[in-house]
Design a protein around this ligand. Structure first.
Ligand code: NAI
Ligand code: MG
Length: 318
Protein backbone atom coordinates (compact mmCIF):
# COMPACT_ATOMS: atom_id res chain seq x y z
CA UNK A 1 0.00 0.00 0.00
CA UNK A 2 1.54 3.37 -0.99
CA UNK A 3 2.55 5.54 1.96
CA UNK A 4 1.94 9.26 1.48
CA UNK A 5 3.41 11.84 3.82
CA UNK A 6 1.44 15.07 4.08
CA UNK A 7 3.38 18.19 5.04
CA UNK A 8 0.89 21.05 5.36
CA UNK A 9 3.56 23.58 6.43
CA UNK A 10 2.55 27.19 7.11
CA UNK A 11 -0.33 29.51 6.30
CA UNK A 12 -2.83 28.20 3.75
CA UNK A 13 -0.76 25.00 3.49
CA UNK A 14 -2.64 24.03 6.67
CA UNK A 15 -5.93 24.50 4.79
CA UNK A 16 -5.28 23.22 1.27
CA UNK A 17 -3.51 19.98 2.26
CA UNK A 18 -6.42 18.69 4.39
CA UNK A 19 -8.67 19.65 1.45
CA UNK A 20 -6.52 17.59 -0.92
CA UNK A 21 -6.58 14.67 1.51
CA UNK A 22 -10.37 14.77 1.54
CA UNK A 23 -10.36 14.40 -2.25
CA UNK A 24 -7.80 11.58 -2.18
CA UNK A 25 -9.86 9.71 0.40
CA UNK A 26 -12.99 10.01 -1.75
CA UNK A 27 -11.32 7.79 -4.36
CA UNK A 28 -11.46 4.80 -2.01
CA UNK A 29 -7.94 3.67 -2.91
CA UNK A 30 -5.69 1.77 -0.56
CA UNK A 31 -3.53 4.71 0.46
CA UNK A 32 -1.83 5.17 3.80
CA UNK A 33 -1.34 8.72 5.10
CA UNK A 34 1.08 10.15 7.63
CA UNK A 35 1.45 13.79 8.62
CA UNK A 36 4.73 15.56 9.27
CA UNK A 37 5.84 18.98 10.40
CA UNK A 38 7.96 21.53 8.55
CA UNK A 39 8.16 25.24 7.94
CA UNK A 40 8.60 28.46 9.82
CA UNK A 41 6.11 27.45 12.50
CA UNK A 42 8.05 24.25 13.06
CA UNK A 43 11.26 26.28 13.19
CA UNK A 44 9.85 28.57 15.86
CA UNK A 45 8.60 25.62 17.92
CA UNK A 46 11.53 23.23 17.53
CA UNK A 47 14.46 25.19 16.10
CA UNK A 48 14.32 23.11 12.91
CA UNK A 49 12.47 24.06 9.72
CA UNK A 50 12.71 20.47 8.49
CA UNK A 51 12.91 18.27 11.61
CA UNK A 52 14.92 15.05 11.41
CA UNK A 53 11.75 13.05 12.14
CA UNK A 54 10.05 14.61 9.10
CA UNK A 55 12.96 13.72 6.86
CA UNK A 56 12.94 10.14 8.15
CA UNK A 57 9.17 9.94 7.61
CA UNK A 58 9.59 11.19 4.01
CA UNK A 59 12.37 8.69 3.37
CA UNK A 60 9.98 5.85 4.25
CA UNK A 61 7.28 7.22 1.95
CA UNK A 62 6.40 6.63 -1.68
CA UNK A 63 5.37 10.25 -2.15
CA UNK A 64 5.14 13.51 -0.25
CA UNK A 65 2.37 16.09 -0.63
CA UNK A 66 3.71 19.45 0.50
CA UNK A 67 1.59 22.55 1.15
CA UNK A 68 3.68 25.69 1.48
CA UNK A 69 6.01 27.25 3.96
CA UNK A 70 6.73 30.84 4.86
CA UNK A 71 10.18 32.27 4.48
CA UNK A 72 11.09 34.82 7.14
CA UNK A 73 11.72 38.33 5.88
CA UNK A 74 15.42 38.99 6.20
CA UNK A 75 18.07 36.60 7.42
CA UNK A 76 17.15 34.29 10.30
CA UNK A 77 20.18 32.27 11.45
CA UNK A 78 19.60 28.54 11.11
CA UNK A 79 16.48 28.78 8.93
CA UNK A 80 16.62 26.89 5.65
CA UNK A 81 13.71 26.52 3.25
CA UNK A 82 12.26 23.00 3.79
CA UNK A 83 11.26 22.50 0.16
CA UNK A 84 14.78 23.35 -1.05
CA UNK A 85 16.20 21.02 1.60
CA UNK A 86 13.85 18.21 0.51
CA UNK A 87 14.77 18.68 -3.15
CA UNK A 88 18.45 18.51 -2.27
CA UNK A 89 18.18 15.62 0.19
CA UNK A 90 16.28 13.35 -2.21
CA UNK A 91 18.07 14.70 -5.30
CA UNK A 92 14.77 15.74 -6.89
CA UNK A 93 16.40 17.07 -10.02
CA UNK A 94 13.29 17.69 -12.10
CA UNK A 95 10.54 20.20 -11.52
CA UNK A 96 7.47 19.34 -13.60
CA UNK A 97 4.88 22.03 -14.21
CA UNK A 98 1.90 20.91 -16.29
CA UNK A 99 -0.56 23.50 -17.56
CA UNK A 100 -3.95 22.96 -19.11
CA UNK A 101 -6.60 25.36 -20.31
CA UNK A 102 -8.71 25.86 -23.42
CA UNK A 103 -6.58 24.58 -26.29
CA UNK A 104 -3.46 24.43 -24.08
CA UNK A 105 -1.97 21.21 -22.74
CA UNK A 106 1.72 21.50 -22.07
CA UNK A 107 4.37 20.45 -19.58
CA UNK A 108 7.48 22.35 -18.61
CA UNK A 109 10.32 20.16 -17.38
CA UNK A 110 12.78 22.35 -15.50
CA UNK A 111 16.23 21.33 -14.30
CA UNK A 112 16.19 21.91 -10.57
CA UNK A 113 19.72 21.52 -9.20
CA UNK A 114 22.17 23.74 -11.05
CA UNK A 115 22.33 26.52 -13.63
CA UNK A 116 22.22 30.05 -12.27
CA UNK A 117 20.86 28.77 -8.94
CA UNK A 118 24.04 26.97 -7.95
CA UNK A 119 24.73 29.56 -5.28
CA UNK A 120 28.17 30.39 -6.65
CA UNK A 121 28.10 34.16 -6.22
CA UNK A 122 30.70 36.73 -5.30
CA UNK A 123 31.43 40.42 -5.47
CA UNK A 124 34.56 42.19 -6.61
CA UNK A 125 35.72 45.84 -6.74
CA UNK A 126 34.63 46.44 -3.18
CA UNK A 127 31.06 45.47 -4.03
CA UNK A 128 30.82 47.40 -7.29
CA UNK A 129 30.82 44.22 -9.42
CA UNK A 130 28.68 41.17 -8.72
CA UNK A 131 29.17 37.77 -10.34
CA UNK A 132 26.88 34.74 -10.36
CA UNK A 133 28.31 31.61 -11.95
CA UNK A 134 26.10 29.48 -14.15
CA UNK A 135 26.96 25.81 -13.76
CA UNK A 136 25.75 23.34 -16.37
CA UNK A 137 26.91 19.72 -16.29
CA UNK A 138 26.53 16.98 -18.88
CA UNK A 139 25.23 14.64 -16.16
CA UNK A 140 22.39 16.91 -15.00
CA UNK A 141 21.49 17.85 -18.58
CA UNK A 142 21.41 14.20 -19.62
CA UNK A 143 19.05 13.09 -16.88
CA UNK A 144 16.64 16.02 -17.18
CA UNK A 145 16.33 15.62 -20.95
CA UNK A 146 15.88 11.86 -20.64
CA UNK A 147 13.05 12.40 -18.16
CA UNK A 148 11.47 14.98 -20.48
CA UNK A 149 11.66 12.52 -23.39
CA UNK A 150 9.92 9.86 -21.29
CA UNK A 151 7.19 12.36 -20.40
CA UNK A 152 6.76 13.28 -24.07
CA UNK A 153 6.35 9.61 -24.97
CA UNK A 154 3.30 9.48 -22.69
CA UNK A 155 1.85 12.64 -24.24
CA UNK A 156 1.69 14.00 -27.81
CA UNK A 157 5.34 13.24 -28.59
CA UNK A 158 6.67 16.75 -29.25
CA UNK A 159 9.74 17.87 -27.31
CA UNK A 160 10.99 21.46 -27.41
CA UNK A 161 14.54 22.02 -26.13
CA UNK A 162 14.71 25.60 -24.85
CA UNK A 163 18.09 27.34 -24.57
CA UNK A 164 20.08 30.44 -25.47
CA UNK A 165 23.10 28.74 -27.00
CA UNK A 166 23.63 31.54 -29.53
CA UNK A 167 24.82 33.79 -26.66
CA UNK A 168 25.60 31.44 -23.75
CA UNK A 169 27.85 29.29 -25.90
CA UNK A 170 29.57 27.40 -23.09
CA UNK A 171 26.68 26.57 -20.76
CA UNK A 172 23.68 26.48 -23.07
CA UNK A 173 25.94 25.02 -25.74
CA UNK A 174 26.65 22.04 -23.50
CA UNK A 175 22.99 21.67 -22.52
CA UNK A 176 21.95 21.76 -26.18
CA UNK A 177 24.59 19.28 -27.34
CA UNK A 178 23.74 16.77 -24.60
CA UNK A 179 20.00 17.25 -25.16
CA UNK A 180 20.26 16.54 -28.88
CA UNK A 181 22.36 13.44 -28.13
CA UNK A 182 19.84 12.09 -25.61
CA UNK A 183 16.91 12.60 -27.97
CA UNK A 184 18.55 10.23 -30.48
CA UNK A 185 17.50 7.43 -28.11
CA UNK A 186 13.85 8.47 -28.68
CA UNK A 187 13.29 8.20 -32.46
CA UNK A 188 9.51 8.18 -31.95
CA UNK A 189 9.53 11.78 -30.70
CA UNK A 190 9.41 14.97 -32.74
CA UNK A 191 12.27 17.08 -31.39
CA UNK A 192 12.81 20.80 -31.96
CA UNK A 193 14.96 23.46 -30.35
CA UNK A 194 13.97 27.03 -29.59
CA UNK A 195 15.74 30.07 -28.16
CA UNK A 196 14.27 31.04 -24.81
CA UNK A 197 13.13 34.49 -25.92
CA UNK A 198 11.34 33.01 -28.92
CA UNK A 199 9.81 30.40 -26.61
CA UNK A 200 8.45 33.17 -24.35
CA UNK A 201 6.85 34.89 -27.33
CA UNK A 202 5.32 31.73 -28.76
CA UNK A 203 4.08 30.52 -25.37
CA UNK A 204 1.97 33.68 -25.31
CA UNK A 205 1.02 33.90 -28.99
CA UNK A 206 0.50 30.20 -29.74
CA UNK A 207 0.64 28.09 -26.53
CA UNK A 208 -1.43 25.30 -28.08
CA UNK A 209 1.48 24.29 -30.34
CA UNK A 210 3.60 23.08 -27.39
CA UNK A 211 3.66 19.69 -25.69
CA UNK A 212 6.76 19.15 -23.52
CA UNK A 213 9.41 21.84 -23.03
CA UNK A 214 12.71 21.04 -21.34
CA UNK A 215 15.08 23.71 -20.11
CA UNK A 216 17.61 24.87 -17.54
CA UNK A 217 16.78 26.14 -14.06
CA UNK A 218 16.26 29.91 -14.43
CA UNK A 219 14.59 29.75 -17.84
CA UNK A 220 12.24 27.05 -16.53
CA UNK A 221 11.43 29.07 -13.43
CA UNK A 222 10.38 32.09 -15.48
CA UNK A 223 8.60 30.28 -18.32
CA UNK A 224 6.59 28.08 -15.96
CA UNK A 225 5.21 31.11 -14.09
CA UNK A 226 4.43 32.75 -17.41
CA UNK A 227 2.44 29.68 -18.39
CA UNK A 228 0.70 29.59 -14.99
CA UNK A 229 -0.40 33.15 -15.66
CA UNK A 230 -1.85 32.07 -19.02
CA UNK A 231 -3.75 29.11 -17.61
CA UNK A 232 -5.72 30.22 -14.57
CA UNK A 233 -3.08 31.60 -12.19
CA UNK A 234 -1.66 30.31 -8.92
CA UNK A 235 -4.94 28.76 -7.77
CA UNK A 236 -4.63 26.16 -10.55
CA UNK A 237 -0.87 25.58 -10.80
CA UNK A 238 0.44 22.23 -9.52
CA UNK A 239 3.99 20.90 -9.59
CA UNK A 240 6.02 17.76 -9.08
CA UNK A 241 9.62 17.38 -7.90
CA UNK A 242 10.98 14.12 -9.27
CA UNK A 243 14.25 12.28 -8.79
CA UNK A 244 15.58 8.88 -9.72
CA UNK A 245 13.77 6.99 -6.94
CA UNK A 246 11.20 7.49 -4.20
CA UNK A 247 9.84 9.63 -2.73
CA UNK A 248 8.84 12.36 -5.16
CA UNK A 249 7.43 15.58 -3.72
CA UNK A 250 4.25 17.22 -5.03
CA UNK A 251 3.25 20.79 -4.20
CA UNK A 252 1.07 23.64 -5.36
CA UNK A 253 3.17 26.39 -6.90
CA UNK A 254 1.71 29.05 -4.60
CA UNK A 255 3.17 30.00 -1.23
CA UNK A 256 1.66 30.25 2.25
CA UNK A 257 -0.46 33.33 1.39
CA UNK A 258 -0.31 34.99 4.82
CA UNK A 259 -2.77 37.65 3.61
CA UNK A 260 -5.63 35.11 3.47
CA UNK A 261 -4.38 32.38 5.83
CA UNK A 262 -6.69 31.24 8.61
CA UNK A 263 -9.86 32.36 6.85
CA UNK A 264 -10.70 29.08 5.10
CA UNK A 265 -11.00 30.81 1.73
CA UNK A 266 -7.84 29.63 -0.09
CA UNK A 267 -8.38 27.94 -3.44
CA UNK A 268 -7.49 24.27 -2.81
CA UNK A 269 -7.41 23.28 -6.48
CA UNK A 270 -3.64 23.69 -7.01
CA UNK A 271 -3.06 21.35 -4.05
CA UNK A 272 -5.71 18.92 -5.36
CA UNK A 273 -4.16 18.98 -8.85
CA UNK A 274 -0.78 18.30 -7.19
CA UNK A 275 -2.37 15.31 -5.45
CA UNK A 276 -3.60 14.24 -8.89
CA UNK A 277 -0.05 14.35 -10.27
CA UNK A 278 0.99 12.26 -7.28
CA UNK A 279 -1.63 9.63 -8.14
CA UNK A 280 -0.20 9.40 -11.65
CA UNK A 281 3.29 8.95 -10.24
CA UNK A 282 2.02 6.19 -7.92
CA UNK A 283 0.55 4.34 -10.90
CA UNK A 284 -3.12 5.36 -10.60
CA UNK A 285 -3.32 6.83 -14.10
CA UNK A 286 -7.10 6.68 -14.44
CA UNK A 287 -7.77 8.27 -11.04
CA UNK A 288 -5.15 10.93 -11.77
CA UNK A 289 -6.94 11.89 -14.98
CA UNK A 290 -10.33 12.03 -13.24
CA UNK A 291 -9.02 14.23 -10.44
CA UNK A 292 -7.37 16.56 -12.93
CA UNK A 293 -10.44 16.86 -15.16
CA UNK A 294 -12.97 17.34 -12.37
CA UNK A 295 -10.81 19.84 -10.53
CA UNK A 296 -10.37 22.00 -13.61
CA UNK A 297 -14.12 21.91 -14.25
CA UNK A 298 -15.04 22.91 -10.70
CA UNK A 299 -14.99 26.62 -9.88
CA UNK A 300 -13.64 27.69 -6.49
CA UNK A 301 -16.60 28.41 -4.21
CA UNK A 302 -14.61 30.85 -2.08
CA UNK A 303 -14.46 28.27 0.73
CA UNK A 304 -11.54 25.84 0.79
CA UNK A 305 -13.29 22.78 2.19
CA UNK A 306 -16.54 23.39 0.31
CA UNK A 307 -14.70 23.36 -3.03
CA UNK A 308 -12.87 20.17 -2.04
CA UNK A 309 -16.13 18.54 -0.95
CA UNK A 310 -17.76 19.27 -4.31
CA UNK A 311 -14.83 17.62 -6.12
CA UNK A 312 -14.80 14.69 -3.67
CA UNK A 313 -18.55 14.18 -4.08
CA UNK A 314 -18.26 14.18 -7.89
CA UNK A 315 -15.49 11.55 -7.64
CA UNK A 316 -17.61 9.40 -5.34
CA UNK A 317 -20.48 9.53 -7.83
CA UNK A 318 -17.98 8.24 -10.42
P1 NAI B 1 1.88 33.46 -2.35
O1 NAI B 1 1.77 32.47 -3.45
O2 NAI B 1 1.81 32.93 -0.98
O3 NAI B 1 0.73 34.57 -2.51
C1 NAI B 1 0.65 35.46 -3.61
C2 NAI B 1 -0.79 36.01 -3.74
O4 NAI B 1 -1.63 34.97 -4.26
C3 NAI B 1 -1.39 36.40 -2.40
O5 NAI B 1 -2.22 37.52 -2.58
C4 NAI B 1 -2.20 35.20 -2.01
O6 NAI B 1 -3.30 35.48 -1.18
C5 NAI B 1 -2.66 34.65 -3.36
N1 NAI B 1 -2.79 33.18 -3.33
C6 NAI B 1 -1.78 32.28 -3.32
N2 NAI B 1 -2.27 31.04 -3.27
C7 NAI B 1 -3.61 31.15 -3.23
C8 NAI B 1 -4.68 30.20 -3.17
N3 NAI B 1 -4.46 28.87 -3.12
N4 NAI B 1 -5.94 30.67 -3.13
C9 NAI B 1 -6.18 32.00 -3.17
N5 NAI B 1 -5.22 32.94 -3.25
C10 NAI B 1 -3.95 32.52 -3.27
O7 NAI B 1 3.24 34.24 -2.58
P2 NAI B 1 3.92 35.37 -1.69
O8 NAI B 1 2.89 36.28 -1.12
O9 NAI B 1 4.99 35.91 -2.53
O10 NAI B 1 4.63 34.60 -0.49
C11 NAI B 1 4.02 34.37 0.79
C12 NAI B 1 4.91 33.42 1.56
O11 NAI B 1 4.96 32.15 0.92
C13 NAI B 1 6.35 33.89 1.69
O12 NAI B 1 6.81 33.60 2.99
C14 NAI B 1 7.08 33.05 0.66
O13 NAI B 1 8.41 32.86 1.00
C15 NAI B 1 6.31 31.76 0.72
N6 NAI B 1 6.38 30.95 -0.52
C16 NAI B 1 6.52 29.61 -0.34
C17 NAI B 1 6.55 28.75 -1.40
C18 NAI B 1 6.69 27.29 -1.14
O14 NAI B 1 6.47 26.85 -0.02
N7 NAI B 1 7.04 26.47 -2.12
C19 NAI B 1 6.44 29.24 -2.80
C20 NAI B 1 6.22 30.68 -2.88
C21 NAI B 1 6.21 31.49 -1.76
MG1 MG C 1 9.09 30.39 -9.05
Amino acid sequence: MPLITLIPGDGIGQEVIPAARLVLEALGLDLEFAEADAGFGAFERTGEALPEATLAQCARSDAVLFGATSSPLGQVPGYRSPILALRRHFDLFANLRPAQADGIDLLIVRENTEGLYSGRERTEDGGQTAITERVITARASERIVRLACQQAQGRRGLLTIVHKANVLKATCGLFRRVALEVTRDFPDLTVEEMLVDTAALRLVSDPGRFDVLVTTNLFGDILSDLVAGLTGGLGLAPSANIGAGRPAVFEPVHGSAPDIAGKGIADPRAAILSAGLMLGYLGYAEEAARVSQLTRLTPHTGHTLRTAEIIAEALRRG
